[in-house]
Design a protein around this ligand. Structure first.
Ligand code: NA7
Length: 597
């Protein structure tokens, strides 16, 4: 299927990349096996149709579709196994906040019929088992290079030079591998680049530190330990109740309180599963027609929160609270467009926090005052109840900011004294040192663009993606960037992605990309690239849609404000069905808005 001759690349590589003199690459049938030597050897001679970065749910399905369409493909995966976010996020309590019967592939009816989910919300180990099952069932592993991080992508008229660094568990050093690919698909995940904030003197801390997004595979035993958790987003809120049960003492360091809705997790009843499976196609179809591509059996309420009286509002919200989960916000149709409606819904949650948390001061600190849903809503099991435990305490970092780390723990400022004296008495009066054996960073991710920006991506005429995105990510349909031909992003910024059931958005993008490259072959097209004009219009469109909502009223990872120095741009596009229709229209009209050559 490949269109580019190996000889052509030999000439190119020898001419332009003399440093890549240490590769051996062997073609085996349609598959490419890569090896590398630390010296000598031949330059990269292998050439494939599609290079895929990442073996999470996006990369796995992209590999499957590419193969089905007759393309040669290879996945490069930083981790030692498939699963992406579910490979890395092994912290206690890690669980999907989308019901498992929805958070699963729908491309194979056999797969969705045979796989048995045990709980309404699947745990991380169960989702990882599912990913492993898919990899085995569709024989994906033979085209995945594990422990291999793509470091650069360079466009050369007809294809991409892909360079990756491979770490062999059994060898002390790394080696570089390279190949050329006609297309590159970035399946790098939206929440895969950990955000680890730095604090003064953090190197001094003598205990253990962990990030929820890079959790040790063997687990961590906190029994008898004094533990700190920094961060109260989804990862903090899921892990805090479980760490609290194990640790001698848990201190939660909270910068911004989150809104969290009870999950009401439960074992799935065989009757319910059978019912869904008997009509799985219709179940999926209904879900895909909702804004977030989930919860088709619980449609958004027909009224705004201000359009009903107090009793009706409370009763609608109570029903959603009892049902649990993210669909709480769908009780009313204007939760994220009308600030007064939003306040009424937020008041309901604040009442719940006050009635759950026994200590009024702790309840006050846990009560958010921002727009509900502006940051991603959290879903929990016993989160607020955990603060009633005698071994759990809360430090509100807005009142007591972290001053520095110490050898024994974390020093917070306990008053707003203007004197920042380090020499003894003044400091001891205004600082408090909390001693810990372990500190857990539940501090989130450089979302949506973090993993992409770690790769040196050089497009047409030497244009660096980092420069193209210096003021924030720009692209067309969230799929393609002007100046970067034959490069696609799965669930990239500018697409609904993180505002939806991710697997639905992933499948939608993979199907669109697969159809696009098949269409290119059928039409003898060599390259495809977003037009500058269509990209500009798309960026304006995403901003305009986001501007109609309340999403921009707070700091959130949707806006990139959690990462110092990151441009403040609302990255995802609200509304899956309209977006999917636009993508279909673009394809049906000969890839309108793209330059095809
Ligand atoms: P989130 O939702 O980004 O949460 C990170 C938390 O860490 C949040 O409470 C942050 O407070 C806090 N944080 C981040 N940096 C700091 C510093 N420097 N000091 C104190 N606290 C800090 O990440 P999660 O991993 O919990 O969840 C990510 C997504 O995964 C989630 O939305 C679901 O989609 C699944 P802040 O709110 O910024 O004040």
């Amino acid at each position: 299927m490949s269109r580019c001759g190996a000889d052509w690349f030999m000439v190119l590589l020898i001419a332009r990349w003399p440093t890549f003199s240490c590769f051996t690459v062997v073609r085996v049938g349609n598959n490419v096996r890569m090896g590398a030597t630390s010296n000598g050897g031949a330059p990269p001679t292998s050439e494939i149709d599609v290079a895929i970065v990442g073996a999470g749910f996006a990369g796995m399905y992209m590999l499957h579709r590419a193969r089905q369409a007759g393309f040669t493909a290879r996945v490069f995966e930083r981790g030692g196994g498939v699963g992406g976010t579910w490979y890395w996020n092994r912290y206690p309590g890690a669980r999907c906040d989308v019901p498992s019967l929805e958070y699963s592939y729908q491309f194979s009816d056999e797969l969705q019929q045979e796989w048995e989910w045990s709980e309404k919300y699947a745990t991380q180990p169960e989702i990882l088992r599912y990913a492993d099952h898919v990899a085995d069932r569709f024989d994906l592993r033979r085209d995945i290079s594990f422990n291999t991080t793509v470091t650069s992508l360079e466009w050369n008229d007809d294809g991409w030079l892909v360079t990756a660094r491979s770490i062999d568990d059994n060898a002390p050093d790394h080696h570089d591998v390279a190949l050329t690919a006609r297309f590159v698909v970035l399946a790098t995940g939206c929440l895969s680049s950990a955000n680890v904030p730095r604090f003064p003197d953090d190197h001094l801390f003598g205990g253990r530190t962990y990030h929820t997004g890079a959790w040790p595979h063997d687990g961590v035993d906190f029994a008898g330990q004094r533990v700190a958790v920094i961060g109260t987003g989804s990862s903090g809120i899921q892990s805090i109740p479980l760490i609290a049960k194990q640790a001698a003492h848990l201190t939660v360091l909270q910068r911004t309180p989150a809104y969290s809705i009870p999950a009401r997790n439960q074992q799935l009843s065989p009757e319910y599963v059978a019912d869904v499976k008997a009509n799985y196609g219709e179940f999926r179809r209904k879900n895909s027609l909702t804004r977030a591509a989930l919860g088709g059996d619980t449609p958004t309420g027909p009224h705004g929160a201000c359009e009903v009286n107090d009793d009706e509002r409370r009763s609608a919200l109570e029903a959603r609270w009892q049902k649990g989960g993210l669909l709480f916000l769908g009780a009313f149709n204007d939760a994220l467009t009308n600030s007064e409606s939003n306040r009424l819904i937020a008041d309901f949650v604040r009442d719940k926090i006050r009635s759950t948390v026994l200590d009024p001061d702790t309840a006050r600190k846990l009560s958010p005052d921002s727009i509900i849903g502006c940051k991603r809503l959290c879903v929990d099991t016993d989160y607020y109840e955990t603060f009633n435990r005698p071994n759990v305490s809360l430090v509100d970092l807005r009142e007591q900011p972290i001053e520095r780390f110490s050898e024994k723990g974390i020093v917070v400022r306990t008053s707003s004294s203007p004197c920042r004296d380090v020499g003894g008495s003044t400091e001891s009066r205004h600082m408090e040192e909390h001693e810990f054996d372990a500190i857990v960073f539940a501090t989130g991710f450089d979302a949506m663009t973090g993993a992409i920006s770690k790769i040196d991506i050089v497009g047409r005429n030497g244009l660096q993606l980092r420069d193209a995105w210096s003021a924030g990510p720009v692209n067309y349909l969230g799929l393609s960037v002007h100046g970067f031909p034959n490069l696609f992003t799965i669930t990239g910024p500018g697409s609904p992605s993180v505002l939806t059931n991710m697997i639905v958005s992933i499948q939608h993008h993979v199907d669109w990309i697969s159809d696009c490259i098949s269409w290119m072959n059928a039409n003898h097209a060599r390259t495809i690239e977003a037009d500058a004009d269509s990209q500009n219009h798309w960026v304006q469109h995403v901003n305009a849609v986001a501007g109609m909502t309340l999403y921009q009223s707070c700091s959130s990872w949707y806006l990139g404000t959690n990462v110092p120095g990151k441009p403040r741009v609302f990255m995802p596009l609200p509304g899956f069905p309209a977006y999917a229709q636009t993508c279909a229209d673009v394809a049906q009209n000969g890839y309108r808005g793209f330059h095809v050559s």
